[in-house]
Write a protein that binds this ligand. Structure first.
Ligand SMILES: Nc1nc2c(ncn2[C@@H]2O[C@H](COP(=O)(O)OP(=O)(O)OP(=O)(O)O)[C@@H](O)[C@H]2O)c(=O)[nH]1
Ligand SMILES: [Mg+2]
Length: 544
């Protein structure tokens, strides 16, 4: 047991702060809210780089019991730091007390901007700043927080940080501010994780889901299965103690029904992960097809520039070339690949192998066929290779074909799809995991003219738009950690129902139900260990 574990609180249903209450819910002294005794400091706007360039302003953030004291020593303005109102903006100068240069001279320079900056103590003026103090518990960390808005020069920022370190603060670890917000009870663990997702979001969909999670949507969605499990556990425990009584007329089969419905809810939540992951991390789409069908032409159309070399020599592309594009709120990585064929060329062979490997890993594939050459055995092989994947079929170069040829091509593609789906279904024990290839969209294109590009992009978006919670309507799982825990919870609930159904003593299902509760509790941080917390926050950026 570490100091951080509080598994005992689960069934009692203690919610809120890790110290028993949310830091925002009550009064108390500053010391009550300072989880760490240390005062920490970091660049909140990213580490300054000498060539970082264009930012005008940077923010240095301090949090902890000595934040106000340290700010008071290094800040001089018309008003002293002590007399600045919390949440108001103070204007003044940061001084380096150990700087040694003539302070009154430096102060005089700055006084020309705002007028009347008080000087007098020895030291060197480092920068003209705005300063904000936030008093515990009403701050990001629930501790005393000071934000210094300084100029974004790399030297200026580093000097201010050094001064603060010298005055007694410690450099913050990655995610330490948010970790304190969690440990002090301002946000739960799922909300804290959402902060990082929001910062890293690659597209609108990922940002929207992260924001919903930050607002507590996922935590709220988990509340009802948790509450129901707690109620069911106490009912079973009561029956254990007084086996002769039914509880409120409820029978064991009612309990099994309740468990089944909790399990269904958790499986539904788990099913949101496919979209949640796509929204958070983006999706990869491989462009594949025989040599010379126009794959690189498509990539260039998507990019709007000549990213890939296009020639009429089959086997032009050997290396993978990618291009990111935001489509329907998703960040989509399109990958142009070497055309698939049997080849004696060593280099091309490596390219073909890479294409096959990329197809396996990709979230979806755009398969191109050439209307000028008809549907070949090579095309059919590719359709079979990608059975079970999300796909879009494109018949390219329709400008080179008469109507009859095109009609034949369409028919050939459609029947290849049907037979590939049939064989995929036949060879799969879980039919549900096989993509319904019969619905694979077929787009006719003349990519050399850009015709069909919009349809291809729209078809790619639709591959993901049908997933649960696409359209950002509800809470979705976005992290592998949450997904695994929801699955563990669902499995434990299923086991509890099975144990009850088999007539096992109530102690057995109770163990399973507690296991489910613990798994769900790990998502929001009701139950956690120091190891898990350290791992989660170590993946944050410094200053957050
Ligand atoms: N007529 C016509 N030609 C096209 C069309 N799209 C591409 N092409 C031409 O087809 C040839 C091959 O195009 P690429 O985009 O290089 O084909 P690829 O699939 O990348 O070929 P590899 O890299 O060799 O596998 C080029 O000469 C293109 O200009 C089209 O819609 N109509
Ligand atoms: Mg190419």
């Amino acid at each position: 047991m570490t100091a951080f574990q509080k598994t005992g609180a689960i069934v009692a249903g203690v919610a809120g702060g890790r110290r028993g209450q949310s830091c925002l819910s009550g009064g108390g002294t500053d010391a009550d809210f300072s989880f760490g005794a240390d005062t920490i400091v970091a660049f909140a706007t990213g580490a300054p780089a000498r060539d970082a360039g264009d930012g005008a302003i940077a923010i240095i953030r301090m949090s902890g019991p000595r934040a106000f004291e340290i700010a008071g020593r290094i800040f001089r303005g018309k008003k002293s730091f002590e007399s600045i109102m919390p949440y108001a903006v103070g204007y003044g100068v940061i001084y380096d007390r150990a700087g040694g240069a003539d302070a009154s001279q430096a102060g005089a320079d700055f006084s020309s901007h705002g007028g009347g900056v008080s000087t007098g103590q020895a030291g060197v003026a480092v920068d003209e700043v705005l300063i904000i103090k936030m008093r515990a518990p009403k701050s990001y960390t629930c501790e005393d927080v000071v934000e210094i808005h300084c100029h974004a020069g790399a030297d200026v920022q580093r000097r201010i940080l050094r001064i603060i370190l010298r005055e007694g603060a410690r450099a913050a670890e990655p995610g330490e501010f948010t970790k304190r917000a969690f440990l002090n009870g301002r946000v739960d663990l799922a909300q804290a994780e959402a902060v990082m997702d929001l910062i890293r979001a690659k597209g609108e969909a990922g940002a929207a889901l992260a924001m919903r999670q930050l607002e507590g949507a996922l935590s709220a969605r988990l509340a009802s299965p948790r509450d129901e499990l707690i109620a069911l556990i106490s009912e079973l425990e009561a029956m254990l103690d007084f086996p002769e009584h039914d509880i409120d007329g409820k029978s064991v089969s009612d309990t099994i029904d309740s468990l089944n419905s909790i399990e269904r809810g958790l499986r539904d939540l788990a099913a949101t992960f496919e979209y949640g992951r796509a929204a958070r991390d983006g999706v990869s789409v491989v462009i594949a097809g025989r040599p010379n069908v126009g794959k690189s032409t498509l990539l260039n159309q998507i990019a709007g520039s000549e990213r890939a070399i296009v020639t009429n020599v089959p086997g032009t592309t050997r290396d993978m070339i990618d291009e990111y594009k935001n489509l329907g709120g998703l960040s989509v990585r399109f990958m142009d690949t070497a055309g698939i064929r049997d080849t004696g060329d060593e280099v091309e062979k490596i390219g073909v192998d890479r294409t096959v490997g990329a197809l396996e890993k990709a979230d979806a594939a755009v398969l191109l066929f050439g209307a000028d050459e008809g549907f070949t055995e090579g095309d059919a092989a590719l359709v079979r290779l990608t059975a079970g994947k999300k796909r879009v079929f494109v018949i390219n170069k329709v400008d080179l074909d008469g109507d009859d040829g095109l009609r034949a091509m369409r028919g050939a593609v459609a029947s290849a799809v049907a037979s590939a789906v049939a064989s995929a279904v036949a060879s799969s024990s879980t039919v549900g995991s096989v993509d319904c290839g019969a619905e694979t969209p077929i787009v006719e294109a003349s990519l050399i003219n850009g015709a069909g590009l919009a349809e291809i992009e729209a078809a790619v978006v639709r591959l993901f738009a049908g997933l649960p919670t696409a359209g950002y309507g509800d809470a979705a799982l976005t992290s592998e950690r949450h997904f695994a825990l929801v699955q563990r919870g669902a499995e434990a609930v299923r086991a509890a129902g099975a144990a009850l159904g088999a007539g096992l003593p109530f102690e057995m299902p109770i163990i399973d139900m507690r296991e489910a509760l613990a798994a769900l509790g790990e998502i929001t941080g009701e139950t956690y260990t120091e190891d898990i917390i350290d791992k989660i926050f170590s993946e944050f950026c410094i200053g957050k």
